[in-house]
Design a protein around this ligand. Structure first.
Ligand SMILES: NC(=O)c1ccc[n+]([C@@H]2O[C@H](COP(=O)([O-])OP(=O)(O)OC[C@H]3O[C@@H](n4cnc5c(N)ncnc54)[C@H](OP(=O)(O)O)[C@@H]3O)[C@@H](O)[C@H]2O)c1
Length: 332
């Protein structure tokens, strides 16, 4: 089968389309024929080994042979199941998130049947299902950690990224009042996602805003707790998707809660089957629909990486391996 392989850490062109052995489902695994996957910032981080700490998971000098095919998000069809699998059947359309084992940048992948995999939302195409787990699971981890609830005032910096666009939708679904910071060209887009108020970052420095917030969620990783502190209510929370340049955010998350005032939280996102089922429910209820920016065939994955690394993608960049649309089945 074809796979996007990288044998050393580095820029996008370390990735090559290569013929590799098709995987075989183990006893408790499913074999998925991948219809769509994404290139996201998580893939970029592992491929470039930035931050350095990621090498402890994928290999210190070079990626380990079993980690040479990246790809965390996938949607496709189950082609085979192991003898111990009862929860999925051949022909099921499934989607999921496989940070750790990876392997979605290929025509086939295997995953444990009890891992972050579920049958696809009924109202999603393969492309939408593939794009629905990475940004939303980071957004959910932060929203849950800060215990954001109805009526709270939240500012999202970077409401058009994969994480930010998911965060805006999920915050609206819990009833928060959401102010979004983005470029002027994306004002209409974030209003469609549910933003109550929009600040254009090229015209206005959002850290000088007069309003105060229960939570400032920097989903673009462009600010700091020090700069945003004045925006927070007395017990307000600062969240960021980046470690910070020093890297201070995880350290501040250990120290600031000790003082009982404004604090930083830096939750480690978890992903399991419950999470993917939860995302499925959000998609089916209409609370969340992933934004799709560009689509590339697997053969052009290096171009996809280059585009993602401009830092200007809007939502998600999809790699389409089949036609990307659900096929009609059973006459439906
Ligand atoms: N290392 C990892 O494993 C990892 C994993 C996931 C995420 N992250 C980090 O989390 C952050 C978000 O990831 P993502 O995938 O959601 O991002 P993304 O999709 O790459 O974000 C792109 C969006 O950011 C907006 N943006 C760019 N500069 C901005 C600024 N100065 N202020 C506000 N918005 C700005 C752009 O919108 P406009 O056109 O409106 O500017 C663009 O739509 C990134 O910093 C990423 O590195 C890291």
């Amino acid at each position: 089968m074809k796979a996007a392989l990288y044998t050393r850490y580095g820029p996008p062109d370390v990735v090559r389309i290569t013929e590799v052995d098709k995987p075989v489902a183990g006893e408790n695994e499913v074999l998925v024929k991948v219809a769509a996957t994404t290139v996201n910032r998580t893939d970029c981080g592992y491929r470039a080994a930035k931050p350095f700490i990621l090498r402890f998971f994928t290999g210190l000098r070079n990626p380990k042979p079993k980690r040479m095919v990246l790809g965390t998000e996938f949607a496709g069809e189950v082609e085979a199941v192991g003898s111990g699998v009862t929860s999925f059947e051949v022909g099921d359309r499934v989607f999921g998130y496989i940070e750790g084992p990876f392997g979605a940048h290929a025509e086939y992948l295997t995953t444990r049947a009890d891992a972050s995999v579920a049958t696809m939302p009924a109202n999603s195409s393969f492309e939408e299902a593939a794009a629905s787990t990475e940004g939303s699971h980071y957004a959910l981890a932060n929203i849950r950690a800060a215990k954001i609830s109805s009526g709270q005032d939240v500012l999202v910096n970077g409401g058009t990224g994969a994480i930010g666009s998911a965060a805006v939708q999920l915050l609206k679904s819990v009833g928060a009042q959401v102010t979004v910071v983005c470029s002027t060209e994306h004002v209409a887009l974030v209003e469609r996602l549910g933003a109550d108020r929009v600040i254009g970052y090229r015209a206005t420095d959002f850290t000088t805003d007069d309003q105060t917030y229960d939570v400032v969620f920097d989903a673009a990783g462009k600010s700091s707790f020090a700069r945003c502190k004045r925006l927070l209510k007395p017990k307000g929370i600062y969240l960021s998707t980046e470690l910070g340049p020093f890297p201070q955010n995880p350290i501040l998350a250990l120290i600031t809660p000790l003082f009982g005032g404004k604090k930083v939280l830096f939750p480690l996102p978890k992903h399991d089957q419950e999470l993917v089922e939860h995302i499925k429910g959000l998609v089916e209820s209409g609370a969340f629909k992933p934004l799709i920016d560009r689509r590339y065939p697997l053969e052009e994955i290096v171009e996809a990486y280059r585009y993602v690394e401009t830092g200007q993608k809007v939502g998600n960049v999809v790699i389409t391996l089949q036609d990307g649309q659900p096929k009609e089945r059973n006459g439906q």
